[in-house]
Design a binder for this molecule. Structure first.
Ligand code: F6R
Length: 613
């Protein structure tokens, strides 16, 4: 996730900014950059990779080393590859204004065209450059100061931002603003540190001002003014940071895994931002535009992935066949190329991968390319190898996933596949009213995820009653069968409890022999067309004294009769259920692992990215 640091004061800004960037490294990033406003000029340095490389580069630069005002950034790519040109700070055409930005500008294409028509030229592929050029457009005739130009530019922007801007014409000044992306101002003695995260401020001061959405701050070494975007002055209260640096990195959570589970509402929102258009009742996926005609003509989709990403693909199989009416198969990446798959020019192979670097998936992708398939990526890490080696694709925008067990990437993989399936379905056969129903329900998913998270403590209580058992089953049908597999994988990889996931009806073909009073069985039992059959399966387990935990639809009181424990999720159309039903299973695994004393962020024998075949 991108990070912002800015400094205005009497000290050397460079050292403070570099230290600040280092404090933000835990958020994940792919490039870093700094701009010092000194001697009537902006001195900029940007580097891909680690902050230490940027530090080495700027050490010998006297202009960068001596200024007392500056802005800096760690970038986690969303628009455009992670390279030096796309790294922040970005400047306007005149080179007089520099800006760093967190967030996503949704209408950047429209604004970019507007600015090109006005004669601006763009250097990068980022949405951020649009913002600095727009501010530059209002600044260039010299009739306005920096804050006036920012006030005029921001109302034109749709999307989210936290920004810090500086101009070589106005030294010792930073203008900062936020909408949907956090921005904090540390208030020291004759100095201010602006940052997206308290971690970059805490070693300078504990006194902070939290900017709210739609607020702007004009910061100079002698003072600070705050106003709304509509220029109504606002008086801000100075508050105290009470967290340690470690606590800040985790945002108050005990582990990255829990933090990422709790980020899922926002992550799914970001995955759909600018793509789910409720006004026009359509799905817009810029990353697929260049291949859309070919995709609409495709005869078969093959989804490839490993582990959690493969489970997401299994849900995708239901989505693409059910909503898109396209024959779909799912393959383990590791098996795909060894079985001489039938893939040709009429096939679309979609690689699903959080990291975009999984060796098995890359090898499978090469096989698909060699056989002439259209290749697409559903990837979280921008500019990763999968993203570069596919014909087109859709990024997840889930933000960096640091916990080894994949959580928020999974829910976002489901959200993105749903968007693709709806896009194809609507173009091929789906009625406007059916589309409308799905889109409206999809827009409500983030809030529904957040409501499930409030059950975390109850789920912990349920886990505490079950952790003595060493073998668990997870059972589901239809769309929820892959969720059963994912629930079992989460539990085994972080708590080391043996768990198996199965289609519920398969139980009677063998695994039922395992069931006795020592076997917790987790049923995915939300309301759907096979609900009655799931209840019969539950009864089969009860008859053998198994312990039944059900994930059910809110309001289903009846199911309590058959189960030891019920965890409720809100109602939604069946194809969207996995985005909700998986959340209690992630929490169950997390709490079970913790109660068994396991290190959930670093489970034994596992790495975040599996780059060997
Ligand atoms: C499980 C998990 C793994 C990954 C798998 C694929 O929690 O994280 O199963 O899903 O290694 O990784 P990506 O998605 O990076 O290709």
């Amino acid at each position: 996730m991108c990070g912002i640091v800015g400094y205005v004061g009497k000290k050397n800004a460079c050292g403070i900014l570099i230290e600040g960037l280092k404090r933000l490294e835990y958020r994940g990033y792919d490039s870093a950059g700094i701009c010092i406003n000194h001697g009537g000029k902006l001195h900029i340095s940007k580097h891909t990779g680690r902050v230490m490389h940027l530090e080495e580069e700027v050490l010998g630069d006297e202009n960068i080393a001596t200024g007392t005002t500056g802005i800096a950034h760690t970038r986690w790519a969303t628009h455009g590859e992670p390279n030096q040109t796309n790294a922040h700070p970005h400047t306007d055409d005149s080179g007089r204004i520099a800006l760093v930005h967190n967030g996503v500008i949704e209408n950047y294409r429209t604004l970019r065209q507007f600015l090109i028509d006005k004669g601006h030229t763009f250097k990068s592929e980022t949405d951020t450059e649009v913002l600095v050029q727009l501010i530059g457009e209002f600044y260039r005739d010299g009739s306005r100061n920096l804050e006036q130009a920012v006030h005029l530019a921001l109302p034109e922007v749709t999307g989210t931002y936290g920004i810090a801007v500086t101009s070589s014409d106005e030294p010792d000044k930073i203008v900062a603003a936020r909408k949907g992306s956090p921005l904090i101002i540390g208030v020291g003695e004759d100095e201010y540190v602006v940052a997206s995260d308290a971690g970059a401020i805490i070693e300078h001061t504990a006194n902070v001002i939290y900017l709210k959405d739609n607020e702007i701050a004009v910061i100079t070494s002698t003072g600070l003014r705050t106003a709304t975007i509509d220029n109504v002055p606002v008086t801000k209260e100075i508050q105290q940071i009470e967290w340690s640096l470690d606590e800040i990195a985790l945002g108050g959570f005990e582990h990255f895994m829990l933090k990422e589970i709790f980020e899922q509402g926002e992550a799914v929102r970001n995955s759909m931002r600018g793509r789910l258009d409720l006004r026009e009742m359509r799905v817009q996926l810029g990353g697929l535009e260049s291949v859309l005609r070919e995709l609409l003509r495709t005869r078969k989709i093959v989804l490839i992935g490993c582990g959690t990403a493969w489970h997401a693909g299994l849900v995708g199989e239901y989505l693409f066949e059910d909503l898109g009416r396209i024959p779909t198969e799912v393959e383990y990446s590791s098996e795909f190329r060894y079985r001489n798959p039938i893939v040709d020019e009429g096939t679309t192979v979609i690689a699903i991968s959080q990291s975009g670097e999984t060796a098995d998936t890359l090898a499978a992708l090469r096989e698909a390319t060699d056989k002439g398939a259209l290749t697409l990526g559903i990837v979280n890490v921008v500019g990763s190898t999968v993203a570069r080696n596919t014909d087109a694709g859709v990024y997840l925008h889930a933000g960096p996933e640091i916990g080894v067990a994949s959580t928020k990437a999974f829910t976002c993989q489901l959200a993105v596949q749903t968007l693709i399936a709806l896009l194809l379905g609507r173009r091929r056969f789906m009625s406007q009213s059916t589309m409308q129903g799905y889109l409206e329900a999809l827009a409500e998913i983030p809030e529904k995820i957040e409501s499930i998270l409030t059950e975390s403590e109850r789920i912990k209580d349920i886990a505490s009653g079950l952790i003595e058992f060493d073998n668990w089953l997870f059972l589901g049908r239809g769309y929820n069968y892959p969720v059963a597999l994912e629930g079992a994988l989460k539990l085994k990889e972080i708590s080391y409890i043996h768990a198996e996931g199965l289609p519920a009806a398969e139980m009677k073909h063998g695994p039922i022999a395992l069931i006795n009073e020592n076997m917790p069985v987790v049923f995915l039992a939300p309301r759907c067309s096979t609900y009655a059959k799931i209840i019969s399966n539950i009864e089969e387990v009860r008859a053998r004294k198994g312990r039944v935990i059900a994930i059910a639809t809110q309001g289903d009181e009846e199911i309590r009769k058959y189960c030891d424990q019920v965890i409720y999720v809100p109602d939604c159309p069946v194809p969207l259920q996995p985005m909700l039903t998986v959340v209690p299973l992630q929490l169950l695994a997390y709490h079970a692992a913790l109660l068994r004393g396991c290190n959930v962020d670093k489970p034994r024998n596992l790495a975040k990215s599996v780059t060997v075949e």
